[in-house]
Design a protein around this ligand. Sequence first.
Ligand SMILES: Nc1ncnc2c1ncn2[C@@H]1O[C@H](COP(=O)(O)OP(=O)(O)OP(=O)(O)O)[C@@H](O)[C@H]1O
Ligand SMILES: [Mg+2]
Length: 368
Amino acid sequence: MLGYARHMRPDRDAILKALEQVIDPELKRPVTELDMVRDVLVGEDGRVSVTIALTVVGCPLRSAFEEQVTRFVGAVEGVTAVRLGFDVMSPEEKAALVSRLRGGREEKAISLSPTTRVVVVASGKGGVGKSTLTANLAFALSELGERVGVLDGDVYGHSIPHMLGIHQKPIAVDQMIVPPVRGDLKLMSIGFFLDDNAPIMWRGPMLHKALEQFLSDVHWGELDTLVVDMPPGTGDVPMSLGQLLPRAEALVVTTPQPAAQQVAVRAAQMAVKTGMRVIGAVENMSYLVGTGQEIFGAGGGQRLAQEIGVPLLGKIPLDPVLRESADEGLSVFESAPDSESARALAALAEVVAASRAGTIRKPLAVLG
Ligand SMILES: Nc1ncnc2c1ncn2[C@@H]1O[C@H](COP(=O)(O)OP(=O)(O)OP(=O)(O)O)[C@@H](O)[C@H]1O
Ligand SMILES: [Mg+2]
């Protein structure tokens, strides 16, 4: 009798099965389905070596693959060690990948699935908190279990990448742009394609082209909701988005101040003119947390809602942690989940999510 149990060689099919659980962090599909698995070598002693072909050299998300492959393949019976190597796809492989991801969709057609809801965050006046609301609303919706993308449509300001702490660049695979992710959130911003803070002066047609590309060449995948941050005002961007996304819904943001509220009415009218459906108003900076002091006056959100005939969906307080979180690249749900602003934003997200089928008919009681 032998003094030791002979090692059981792991089953290759079981390893391939385990690899089906490894999800590409950006494309959100199993690596097996994406044809990214190159070699699987299984040794007598239970050592397994896997090679995965990436879309680009030096993909920043290698560690996500490493963690998953080690976890899933490591759990297969008989495996004693897992080694992961990387390779890069050939141009032919990339083209095949792109056509698979496109699923027969024509080039230049909008890549959003017909079931994706588009929620545009607009305002008349600048600096009222559109980007802050966009980033946090997107985060909150994804916490509610939705698959969420964020399109930073503010071609002049593009502050969303900074607010969400997403600094890696999108990856181009063939003619397709793969948006960088942060957890489950996908993000596309003009900011990714510009050097530093170089200002840009774009005329309507170029802008339209850029937005069109963001909606056609970007692989958004299956999204439940795409939240779009807008530049302030009623310029070219809403026009283009209205043309490109005729089903878009709009949230109009104002502060309590009459000046902001009046221009917000014009932004709402613009949204309607471009074919969007305004689903509600949001008042930001309503009162100072803690004291309740109404620094910017009162009533702007309610008046805006009345004037445009939509419900007031939320009142978000002025809260220092909201600004601090944005500056640190975090959502307020990560940095201060128990804060008043986090609660108000979570409530807003729930109302927005619930309005999905167009079910909101009357103003809801809001926190405040
Ligand atoms: N409720 C709030 N409490 C505290 N700070 C806030 C709040 N909302 C927004 N801010 C801060 O106010 C500033 C302007 O907000 P933000 O950039 O979101 O506005 P915007 O409407 O997107 O501006 P722009 O029109 O320039 O794109 C930011 O520094 C942000 O962190
Ligand atoms: Mg902004």
